[in-house]
Design a protein around this ligand. Structure first.
Ligand code: HXC
Length: 510
């Protein structure tokens, strides 16, 4: 017995050391934590239960038979974040560069499948040189098995990827199919083909960081939903995010009792909208002043900044906030903002998270760039996502709601449950000046007449009352009472039941 126990301890110690102290030191020298250290930061202290510590690869080619490391380059299991269960796999770069073998893939699949069965989120900490080159097609098969499981788990449990090292080639497609991707600045990168291949094929010279670093994906491509300074910050922010999310698609998100009273008025909101309708203001100020304790977890903060998306709480209940940002591109809808918000709205709908939408949108962004790159299809994604969503939807129009963009932004017509407008709202087909120049084209040479007509159009349409007359707006509310009115509406909607007609799945314009 003593001998077995000693053997067990030796095996555990070997597994814990991964590829050895020297390689762990190299990892630290790059500013990265080891796979196990990352799990320690992510989970509540002492909560991690490890599985498959003794799994080894089965490859005999290229001398691999003599190189077996218990655990085979990925640490898997489950633990808790603030007491709630979550599954994890954390790739260990010190073991064959964290590369994915057949056995490594099986370990990941085991936790993914269990996560779906028990209804708990899966978090992937990616740090890998890709397919285990020595294993060839067996490794590719392992990737495909993981991809399939990503698809089957989509919409059932939250799947979160934190890319903390290399993630290249086909390996990027597992994170790409998860709900959110976060990256760590300077130490992580994602690309389908690396700088050398790019140079050969397109003759472009580009560094790894420029091609697929955290800033590139968080600000340019939108592939990443956030970029963090270092491993510890990334893992702590992930803990914060998980507190907003339900464990699975049958549960509601956790309720965290706020300090903030639901009936708190904020008088400063009455002067948020500038007198000049062409002057921007910061929509984030409104969000922070309305939600519980000014606590807002933004998704995609550095990408398509004309649209704000993120999680907050109202009376302790998680909500997804979607808002136009008048400070950027005047809050216009364009390709990137439509894509960003559409995906966010769909996540909320999958996971029973009510959506609060703040609208100040002058329309869709004009231009050949937008048209040639399919703003029609991309804009339709957002329209589709809002329309199909059956979670509670509460909308506040603060200022402009023009044209098709009015319809898109969670309007009454696409099943907005409660639609409010501030007295400053302008709900019309377009701005008064543009409208007058079209319908009174014959008066264009007469500035006095045009000014009169513009005033007349403004008086008639640049207000919320036309829409309120028709019941498209449920009430015109004072800005200072926005939080109170939203909290009441969301409380009323808690028991909302709505269903879409039976279908295998919809055909969202992709
Ligand atoms: C086996 C690998 C490996 C891999 C790295 N290693 N990648 N072993 N298979 N894919 C090993 C190295 O041999 C080395 O072993 C250790 O990991 C660390 O690697 P280094 O090169 O020393 O580290 P670094 O300088 O940081 O460079 C990291 C790297 C580089 C950029 C990731 O290792 C690299 O380019 N690797 C190959 C990447 C690749 O082409 N992968 C296949 C992509 S195709 P020792 O013993 O020296 O410590 C793919 C297809 C997926 O993934 C398809 C899905 C459909």
């Amino acid at each position: 017995m003593n001998q077995i126990i000693t053997q067990l301890e030796e095996k555990r110690a070997a597994a814990r050391l991964g590829g050895g102290q020297k390689r762990i030191d190299t990892q630290h020298a790059k500013g990265k934590l080891s796979a196990r250290e990352r799990i320690e930061v992510l989970f509540d202290e002492g909560s991690f239960e490890e599985w498959d510590m003794f799994v080894e690869h089965r490859c005999e080619d290229f001398g691999m038979g003599e190189q077996r490391v218990p655990g085979d380059g990925v640490v898997t299991g489950y633990g808790t974040i603030n007491g709630r269960p979550m599954f994890v796999f954390s790739q260990d770069f010190t073991v064959f560069g964290g590369s994915l073998s057949e056995s490594h893939a099986k370990k990941i699949l085991k936790v993914m499948e269990k996560a779906v069965q028990v209804g708990a989120p899966i978090i992937g900490l990616n740090d890998s040189g890709g397919a285990r080159i020595q294993e060839g097609v067996a490794s590719l098969a392992g990737y495909a098995d993981v991809f399939l499981q990503n698809v089957l788990a989509s919409g059932v449990i939250p799947q979160i990827s934190l890319v903390m090292g290399p993630c290249a080639g086909g390996a990027v497609y597992s994170p790409a199919m998860t709900d959110f991707i976060f990256m760590v600045k300077d130490t992580s990168y994602m690309f389908v083909t690396g700088p050398d291949v790019v140079k050969t094929v397109t003759h472009e010279t580009v560094t790894q960081e420029q091609l697929g670093g955290a800033i590139t994906h968080a600000a340019k491509s939108g592939v990443a939903d956030g970029a963090f300074e270092n491993d510890v910050e990334a893992l702590l922010q992930l803990r914060r995010l998980m507190d907003f999310l339900p464990l699975n698609n049958k549960e509601k998100p956790p309720v965290i009792t706020p300090v903030d009273p639901a009936d708190r008025d904020d008088m400063s909101l009455d002067t948020l909208i500038p007198d000049n309708p062409n002057k921007p203001y910061d929509m984030k100020e409104l969000i922070l002043k309305v939600v519980d304790d000014a606590d807002f977890f933004e998704i995609g903060e550095h990408f398509a900044k004309n649209m704000i998306c993120g999680f907050a709480r109202m009376e302790g209940q998680t909500v997804g906030v979607v808002a136009n940002q008048p400070m950027v591109l005047a809050g216009c809808l364009d390709i990137d903002s439509s894509r960003k918000a559409a995906r966010f709205v769909r996540f909320c709908d999958c996971f029973n998270i009510p959506i609060v939408t703040f609208v100040d949108v002058p329309g869709f962004l004009p231009g050949t760039d937008q048209e040639y790159n399919a703003i029609i299809k991309h804009g339709a994604k957002l329209l589709f996502a809002f329309a199909e969503a059956t979670v509670p939807k509460v909308t506040v129009i603060t200022r402009k709601a023009y044209g098709g963009a009015y319809d898109v932004m969670s309007s009454k017509h696409i099943r907005g449950d409660v639609n409010f407008a501030w007295p400053t709202a302008e709900i019309a087909v377009m701005g008064a000046k543009g409208a007058v120049e079209i319908i009174f084209r014959q008066d264009i040479g007469d500035p006095k007449k045009i000014a009169e007509r513009t005033k007349e159009y403004e008086a008639r349409f640049a207000n919320p009352f036309r829409a309120a007359n028709l019941g498209f707006i449920d009430d015109v509310i004072m800005p200072h009472g926005t939080r109170r009115r939203l909290c009441r509406s969301l409380a009323m909607l808690k028991s909302k039941e709505a269903k879409n007609p039976w279908k295998k799945h919809d055909n969202i314009p992709l």
